[in-house]
Design a protein around this ligand. Sequence first.
Ligand SMILES: NC(=O)c1ccc[n+]([C@@H]2O[C@H](COP(=O)([O-])OP(=O)(O)OC[C@H]3O[C@@H](n4cnc5c(N)ncnc54)[C@H](OP(=O)(O)O)[C@@H]3O)[C@@H](O)[C@H]2O)c1
Length: 324
Amino acid sequence: MRAVEISAPGGPEVLRPVTAPVPVPGHGQILIRVAWAGVNRPDAAQRAGLYPPPAGASPLPGLECAGHVAAVGPGVARWQPGDAVCALLPGGGYAEYVVTPAAHALPVPEGMALREAACVPETFFTVWGNVFMRGGLKAGERFLVHGGSSGIGTTAIQLARAFGARVFATAGSADKCAACEGLGAERAINYRDEDFVAVMKAEGGADLILDMVGGSYIQRNIRALADDGRMVQIAFLQGPKADLNLVEVMTRRLTLTGSTLRPQSDAAKARIADALETQVWPLLAAGRVAPVMDSEYPLEDAAGAHARLESAGHIGKIVLRVTG
Ligand SMILES: NC(=O)c1ccc[n+]([C@@H]2O[C@H](COP(=O)([O-])OP(=O)(O)OC[C@H]3O[C@@H](n4cnc5c(N)ncnc54)[C@H](OP(=O)(O)O)[C@@H]3O)[C@@H](O)[C@H]2O)c1
């Protein structure tokens, strides 16, 4: 099969088209013929040598796809060859065929094209798991998401809004801020010329913050939280270390937590899949939330897709055309 591998840790140019053996689905797994594969920032971290695949996962990059079931392994009852699915992957999405646990696949939302469906799993699993399950966001709460125009941010804004939260987002340009407000943020904050701490304090503080920046944002997030507020950390684009004063964590009863999706157990990911199918798939089918599409590249130009991802120019999702 056609695939793209990480030939050595490095920049986008280390992504090389190769021919690889078609994987074989094991017990409880399905083989998917990939039509489109989503591109995510963790793929770039893996490419740079900073985010190794968990034990047993394909060394090829790619955490999500949409396509058709090509074969099912022993013990799989739900799917048949030919079914259209989108799926969270342990790796290996930058390829014509990929295997994944059957419980991590979901039907393509009604009325959605495979191109868009390929861009749903990674950010929707991450946002659901961190904002709703871990962060416990409720209707009426003030929610702040950093990196509002990212794949994660555009998903978080829409889902938080759809579930009745008041949404605030930070982003690094006027265009990106406009996109965040277009998706349902009541206030986007251009962090280059505004202080998100001051904006949130004027609103009474954030009940929940989803942060991917870290570094200097950690102390500022603590200040921006409302009493009893929660902060969920999902990445450290500015670095994981900071000189912190944690007194407000105690005096204002704050909760600091976080998670990464990829190393979690198959069962934990299946629980997120179940919740998404019940609570979010109807919103996708109704068009009330949708992936925000930035651009598409052919599989063989995965390097171009990564260069775009790291250019800071994109808004929403980048997708690879594989067999679609
Ligand atoms: N924990 C998990 O399970 C999990 C799962 C998936 C993704 N993630 C993480 O979530 C983040 C978003 O992922 P994504 O795929 O949505 O990424 P993405 O689309 O590439 O977005 C990243 C955005 O972060 C903003 N940003 C803020 N500070 C930055 C900095 N110092 N360096 C680079 N970018 C900065 C940029 O927008 P501005 O121009 O506004 O700065 C950029 O568009 C990534 O860090 C990713 O690793 C975590």
